[in-house]
Every structure is written in structure tokens, then in C-alpha cells.
Design a protein. Sequence first.
Length: 350
Amino acid sequence: MFDLNSIVVDNNGTQLAYIDSGPPLNSTNYVTIFAIHGVIFTALIFKRVMEIAAAANLRIVSVNRRDYTGSTALSPSDLGFIVNGTNSQKAQFLQDRGLELLRFMDIFIETNNLPPVSSDGKAGGSALLGWSLGNSFTIPAIAHASELGAESKSRLSRHLRSLIVQDPPSAALGLPVPGILWLPPNDESMPLEDRVPFTIQWLTSYWDHGNIEQRNESSLSYIVPTTAQVPSIFSMHNHLPSILVPGPFTATGSDWFTLTNLGPQLLETYRRACFSAEVRELFPHLKIWELVGDLSGAFAIDAYWKTQDDDQAAGGGHINFNVLNGTNHFVHWDYPRRTIEAYRRAVQSV
């Protein structure tokens, strides 16, 4: 088991808790991946890839977001801004959460003397990875990095080599969600107390959408999962007490509020982080990779298609895409070695 530690990221005493796979033995040019989890599942959801990271010359630091174990809870005023705030207050909320992550990275980089990107660009440096709703916080971090102090910007500019966008839902990027998609938390016919437990099983299932490269929306499966593979949750049973924190995704939780109230602000940060010249200038080594499992929920397939379209509309080449065939939303749990290979590809691209 990895020990839970924390870093204070601002003058208000805000703490972000994390687990660390540690540096690979005798390596001075490893890459560090700062991983940010999605809804319900904590930093420990990356446990299986962390256990084999060192063999791939990777160090993985998995961070618990605000409202999750060991990290400072969001205040009532924070929650109020998400739901009832002005557009500028909502944008400020995302900026604040993003800058907290960047300050965490900066402090960790300096404290642990992490290797920067090498002169040939082939080794060292760090990546910021958002999985699922975690992208609603990693992408604003990149979009608002110019708001950091000069020393922090300079250090991160030398270190940040990749933004890994792993299986984002459309809504996490502020993209429109097709009306046909059914989501358990929205189903008012389901008893309130059953929605999160059902969502966990639904979210961890495998889905047969056919050939996703044909981009056929009518082929998307979103209610009944395939029986060809067992949902990931059934291999997590002994770990559930330590990896599940359902509260933020309940009807009055911060994650649910974020997913349902910040669409325009999320869209703006997604466009800025992925397509603006300002970000490319600040982070000259930065490559953006989107990873998607072709058996993930329809929400991730829809996002994959839309980000492909956006990349092409922006001239192409801003986002790199890697489809992990035969995998679902929890590839890092079910197939850790394949996931590590995908991470290595994302951080070693020059």
C-alpha cells in the first residue's frame, strides 16, 4: 500500500493529498506523471499502474482532488460559486482549482529535484494526466498557467512535456452531450440512494459500440453493457473501502455540481489549453495526448469524436490520439501494462 502524504499549496493552508510510486532505482532521467482521478474513485485507482511504473522509468504521483481523502474540503462558498455564481466567479473557481494543481506540481518538482526535460527532449520532465472528470481540473490548470508567478512558470516550462487526456466525458470538456445518452444520476425514476451505487457498476462496465472509427452515433451503446467482459468493479471488491468516496458525486456534491453547472467555462479552458498559441509558447515541450478505450462508456466515445473534429478544425496536430482497443474506462486498473505502454508513448513523443 502507498502512504498518503500531503502538500500545502497556498497561503490559506489548502492541502492536496497524494500517493507516490517513488523514483525508479538508479535513474536520473525518469519522467514523472502527476495523475488526477475522476468521480467517486480516489487516487488509489492508479495503484496498479503505480506498482509497475518504475520498470518503465516512470514515477507516478496520484493526487486526491479537493473533497477527497486527505485533501482540503471545498467551502460552502466554493460550492455556491459553482451553482449560483456569475460567469466570472465560475471561471475563477476552475482557475483556482487548476492553479492548485500546478502549485502542487511545482512544489513537488522543486522539493524532490525531479529531472527536467533533457536537452534532446527524449527523457526527463513531467506530465499532467487527467482521467475522466479529472480533466475538468487538469485542463484549466494548463489554460491558466500564465497566472502563476514567474519562478513557477519558468520551472514548469522546463519540466512539463505532456498533457494526457484520458477517457474524458464530453461534459468534462464543456462539449455538448448528445440527447440520446442516458446517465444513471439523471434518472429520476431510480431511488436517490441507488443512483451512485448503480453508477459505479455502470461506469465500470464494458460497452460494445462496434467500430468507433465509423463514427456512427446510433451504434453507441449506453444502457446495457456487453456480457463479453466482466465490469472492472468485480476485481476491486477487496479494495473498495479505500478507493471509493461517493460523496462528491451525489446530488449536492462538488463533482456533480461541476459536471452540470460549468459547461461554458470548461469549454473555454479546453479550447485555450489545447489550441492556443499562448500555451504552446509557455510550454514549448508540451504534447497533448488523448487516450480512449473503444469499450468505454458512450460519453468517452462521443468526446473522442468531438475532440478529433475540433483538432481538425484548428488545423490538425494539436492533439494526438491513441485508441486502446478492447479496454474500458478503467484500463489502468484492468490492464496496467497496456496503460503504462500508452503513458510511455505519450511522454516520449518528441
